[in-house]
Design a protein around this ligand. Structure first.
Ligand code: HEC
Length: 110
């Protein structure tokens, strides 16, 4: 009986760490919006060199796959050429949160 109780305790503790790890891996939506507007939008506003890109350009799954692949500019460059990996995590969080099939789709002010 004693043993059963303590093993439940360890299971609960491990689950807690798993949740903390997932939260820690997620980026900041607010920071992501800032980096997206500051950097990505210089080439991705309407009529700019890279063509218009907004959170609505892709679905949540498509954004996740895009950042997982880490390729940019038709696969020619690494996304890390655009900004450091920690900022990319924030941008991914922002874009995914407002993707075309997200609960809060938005165009990010054009
Ligand atoms: C220096 C200019 C520049 C910056 C900064 C830039 N891009 Fe791009 N991006 C491009 C160009 C050029 C293309 C290729 C456009 C085409 O397909 O004709 C492109 C393509 C894309 C595409 C279409 C798929 C692909 O990879 O070809 C997406 C999505 C994209 N960029 C997202 C982003 C995001 C997100 C950021 C910020 C992290 C960003 N871009 C920053 C120039 C830029």
């Amino acid at each position: 009986m004693r043993f059963a109780k303590s093993s439940k305790f360890w299971v609960a503790l491990i689950c807690l760490f798993a949740v903390v790890a997932v939260v820690a891996a997620g980026g900041s939506e607010t920071k992501g919006k800032f980096y997206f507007k500051k950097t990505c939008k210089t080439c991705h506003a309407k009529g700019a060199a890279g063509g218009e890109v907004t959170p609505l350009t892709k679905t949540q799954a498509q954004w996740k796959a895009y950042f997982a692949a880490g390729k940019h500019n038709k696969g020619a460059d690494a996304l890390t050429k655009v900004m450091p990996a920690d900022q990319l995590v924030d941008v991914e969080t922002f874009l995914t949160a407002h993707a075309s099939d997200s609960p809060q789709p938005e165009t990010c002010g054009g």
